[in-house]
Design a protein around this ligand. Structure first.
Ligand code: SF4
Length: 171
């Protein structure tokens, strides 16, 4: 199955592509034109061009190591039944946020991409630090681009339309 793309500085809203005058000082740092800076912290930090398109630097202040793990369960039996009915009728049905509530939190030593690679290897037998029930949603948050996966009878499935922030906002 298709690999998940690693988020990079190029996708990040904290990246500054400086095109102003040479030597301009911002929070104690002398900026140089055509360089890229990370502005996630008060002092901008130069991002080296090497590898910028492939992965974020190890010092990235947003990266979570280990990643956070959140499991979303059904808010009620009715919500679970509705989800199952829709899944059986429409094979492409995505989980709806209003059917779910945050059930468990923890950490996981895998990034979303590593998790997805293991899913392809182990299918539904992949073990996690918490028990996950059928059709529950697992979120792996690396700090840059969290990815959600729904546990289906065929194994975990990435859910790109599922927005867990909507659930956490309600709680
Ligand atoms: S280092 Fe991290 S926070 Fe800074 S721009 Fe890159 S991805 Fe964003």
């Amino acid at each position: 199955m298709k690999d998940l793309r690693i988020p990079t500085c190029m996708d990040c809203p904290c990246r500054l592509d400086y095109v102003g005058k040479a030597g301009q000082i911002q929070n104690g740092v002398r900026l140089q034109p055509f360089e890229k800076y990370c502005t996630a912290q008060r002092r901008p930090k130069l991002i080296r061009k090497k590898g910028i398109m492939r992965k974020p630097p190890n010092w990235c202040p947003k990266l979570k190591k280990p990643c956070e793990l959140r499991v979303y369960g059904f808010v009620s039996e009715e919500a679970e039944t509705m989800h199952r009915i829709h899944r059986e009728m429409l094979k492409t049905y995505s989980p709806a946020e209003y059917h779910y509530a945050l059930r468990s939190t923890g950490t996981i030593p895998l990034t979303p991409r590593e998790f997805w690679r293991r899913c392809n290897e182990y299918g539904a037998d992949l073990e996690l630090p918490v028990d996950v029930k059928l059709y529950e949603v697992v979120e792996i948050d690396d700090g840059l681009k969290p990815v959600c996966f729904c546990l289906t009878p065929q194994g975990y499935h990435p859910e790109t339309l599922f927005d867990p922030k909507k659930i956490r906002k309600k709680e």
